[in-house]
Design a protein around this ligand. Sequence first.
Ligand code: 5AD
Ligand code: SF4
Length: 474
Amino acid sequence: MNNIENNMPPLQEPDRQLYFIEKCKELVAKKSEELGRPLRAVTHTLGCQMNARDSEKLMGILEKIGYELTEDEDSADFVIYNTCTVRDNANQKVYGRLGYLKNYKKKNPDLMIAMCGCMMQEQVVIDKIKKSYRFVDLIFGTHNVFKLAELLYERLNSDTMIIDIWEGTNEIVEDLPVDRKYTFKSGVNIMYGCNNFCTYCIVPYVRGRERSRNPEDIINEIKRLVSEGVKEVMLLGQNVNSYGKNLENPMSFVKLLEEVEKIEGLERIRFMTSHPKDLSEELIQVMKKSKKICKHLHLPLQSGSSKVLKAMNRRYDKERYLSLASRIKEEIPDIALTTDIIVGFPGETEEDFEETLDVVSKVRYDSAFTFIYSKRTGTPAAAMEQVPEEVSKDRFQRLLKLVQTIAAEECNKRVGQVEEVLVEEKSSREGMMSGRLSTNNIVHFDGGEDLIGQIVKVQLLEAKGFYYIGKLVK
Ligand code: 5AD
Ligand code: SF4
């Protein structure tokens, strides 16, 4: 007799979680009968694509347990916050929401509140929640998202706050239910964690060391997704270019891409994020000849000043970044380059900032995420001499203006072209649909909802800064 028949939780994953999903399901069904309505759950996701993917996993589990997924917090019985801690403003937002949720809980004492994600990996945050937000039911971190059902079951059988934070892990548990936001595209984790220790960044401390998934597991997952109707995958990792280095049988990211390319029925491949220090010539060549890899590369610059880059521990300088960007554009002229930039890093002078503007003018990004440096306790940069807030704010505005001007000019260049578009959803514009070009730009065009999930040809009629208005080409 196995453990499930025995009614004992299995020790092996994912069986253990499947067992707890069943257990929770019974309790949720009972409660729902009592109330005469389904129980509803809502997930709030802050931060990056990794978190978005984790949220799909959380929702998959909640749905399986019997919760109806909703976006309306007012009527929810289970609220989960998947947090980000990369910049302090994301943390402040979470504390703000918690204050608000306290009132909901007064109205609905059965409301369950769960907190997870990167912010929970910080001891100061846990201490603060334990002290000031006692009404939170469940806290877990980035390494044990898969354990939601087990933790919920524990909470439903006790009346104290359940806290389960792991320092790190070698365990990668997949094959649990996932509720994908789109039927036709999906993120796929290829690695977790980060080994780079950029001096401003908290991610290595909250997401742990780099761990690559086995290529066979990745390929099998993508094949399964394709059989379910997925046409586009986004391979996810903090630094995809160092994929596979610590596998038992090491394998390069380029080799992985070649294997993914072979999957029949898969039409588009994207990946995020590339670290410039590890981006190889082979990758450029594979992108150039690939029929499936999208014409888009996100290549975080962070700063254009070699001095600042050194202080950031980025391990490339201005010249190397510029020559890498021009190699890429030389080989793949129609590629869209996007980036992340931080202004006001400790010690950044006006001259350093002008070097950043110089790189932006030379590379001509199709879009850029720009951030004001945020001091993260525990990182080396927190102890460095800080730039005054007014100076950072002023630089931020100047950078934004340049980035937007150039992005609009780059966007304009494609007007008139006919491009392949993966249709995603009904547009916010009356009577239109919206989808994405290979370059990741959005286009709104005339068409019906029957096109959702299909790749169609659209002529770009008008550029609107960073998106287009187009016309379906029959
Ligand atoms: N302050 C501001 N921006 C940051 N990023 C990471 N850490 C910080 C910080 N402390 C930005 C980087 C990174 C993106 C995900 O967030 O630009 O590429
Ligand atoms: Fe936020 Fe970084 Fe965590 Fe993503 S990995 S959720 S950006 S802290």
